[in-house]
Design a protein around this ligand. Structure first.
Ligand code: CTP
Length: 414
């Protein structure tokens, strides 16, 4: 079951930022309904909210159908109001019910998150501070406004925090209050997973590169499995055929990283705050020291063969494992060739060396592993001890791996 979140929007200049909040919540798998106050429609109109959510938007108590506050309150798993003006907070404190939003709040039993935004003088006013204190005492989550440039041109406390931060508070609140999301289906609800997929290509000249045979299918299935289990996902794709990225779940965002260096930068940018990183991409260990500006030509002398000098690339997985931005769970893949026992021995040794929590060992080459074929994966822990084994479609392997990660995250959270 997807959680239903009601996003209340009250009349402030920051109302436009609520559109990003709505998008983030939808990406995270929530069914979102927007209930604006009538005055807020001066800032952002109904068409925006209806377009983003796919649901009709109402503001008053009599514009039927769909403006039934009791029904809205009943289906809501969480209500968030962003921006919450001084006026809307005062009305909620006093128990007013004079528009659809405040009436729904009054009729609800679910958690309420308020993200105030207003001029510093209004925020500092004793009446507002008193309202905030009382609302907090009642168990309502109030996100402190940020400091910076205000709509009036002044500087000070009162800015709406970044919508991504508000979304994170909402998702954390949902994850801690909704037992139904701890079912297997939504085990990763509120989690953020970063996945690398594909194979890097290190350019030699404008037309040639050193690459590998990884198609990206396994990494994409891992991203999709994470999304189906409720996570928001960032997929770092290296030279993946475009059609494989069609029809991805809406909670998956994608960036492109053709070379090992690009993957390194993308991982650095995406890892902060991630719950897990799955390094499924086949990343070049060596890259040409220089890239020719023009196509490298052969001469008439048949013995004239260019020498390509290579340098080592960064071992991204090992670097992340020892960095401050290490996600809670780190997973590597070991693509090995040879007989099954050699593959396992190489993989176990690699697991001990890399510093990842899990290493998924798979045999590649000679019809194994690459492309549109089934996979056989053995998962070991950081000591090289067996955690599990799975064979079958890449989707099946992905589900198994992601369940293992979800269980580890749940254990860590106690
Ligand atoms: N990896 C990485 N950075 C690299 C090379 C690999 O982060 N420069 C990651 C891969 O994404 C994978 C894991 O390390 O998750 C193992 O990759 P693999 O190619 O099997 O091992 P290597 O460490 O490159 O060792 P070797 O190629 O010598 O077996």
């Amino acid at each position: 079951m997807r959680p239903t979140v009601i996003v209340g929007v009250s009349a402030g200049i920051a109302a436009y930022k609520a559109a990003i909040l709505v998008r983030e919540l939808i990406r995270a798998g929530c069914d979102v309904r927007v209930v604006p106050t009538p005055a807020s429609l001066e800032f952002v109109g109904k068409a925006t909210w209806e377009g983003l959510t796919g649901h009709p938007v109402h503001t008053g108590l009599t514009d039927h159908p769909g403006s039934d506050h009791v029904e809205l309150a009943r289906i809501a798993d969480l209500i968030v109001i962003a921006p919450a003006t001084a006026d809307v907070m005062a009305r909620i404190r006093a128990g007013f019910a004079n528009d659809l939003l405040t009436t729904t709040v009054l009729a609800s039993r679910c958690p309420l998150v308020l993200s105030p935004a207003m001029h510093t003088a209004m925020w500092d006013n004793a009446a507002t501070q008193d309202n905030v204190a009382v609302l907090r005492q009642r168990g309502i989550t109030i996100i402190d406004p940020a400091s910076g440039a205000l709509g009036s041109g002044d500087h000070g406390v009162g800015r709406l925090p970044e919508p991504e931060e508000i979304a994170r508070v909402c998702l954390d609140t949902l994850a801690s209050t909704q037992t139904s999301f701890s079912s297997n289906e939504q085990m990763l609800f509120g989690r953020h997973i970063v996945v690398t997929a594909g194979g890097t290509q290190e350019p030699l000249d404008p037309v040639r590169f050193i690459g590998n045979r990884s198609s990206g299918r396994q990494g994409i299935e891992i991203a999709r499995s994470s999304a189906r289990m409720g996570a928001t996902v960032h997929l770092i794709a290296s030279n993946v055929e475009k059609s494989l990225l069609d029809d991805l779940e809406p909670s998956i965002s994608v960036s492109f990283a053709p070379t090992a260096h690009d993957v390194e930068l993308a991982v650095q940018a995406q890892c902060d705050g991630a719950d897990a990183l799955v390094m499924c991409a086949a990343i070049a260990d060596f890259s040409p020291t220089s890239v020719a500006d023009a196509k490298i030509k052969k001469t008439d002398d048949s013995s004239d063969v260019p020498t390509i000098e290579l340098e080592r690339t960064t071992d991204i997985l090992a670097t992340v494992a020892h960095s401050d931005s290490r996600p809670t769970v780190l997973v590597g893949f070991a693509a090995e060739t040879g007989q099954a026992d050699t593959v396992l021995a190489y993989g176990k040794e690699k697991a001990r060396r890399k510093g990842a929590d899990f290493l998924a060992i798979n045999r590649v080459g000679d019809g194994f592993g690459f492309g549109d074929v089934d996979n056989h994966v053995t998962i070991v822990d950081s000591k090289g001890e067996l955690v599990g084994e799975v064979s079958g479609s890449k989707a099946r392997v992905a589900d198994f791996l992601i369940t293992t990660i979800a269980q580890r995250l749940a254990t860590i959270d106690g």
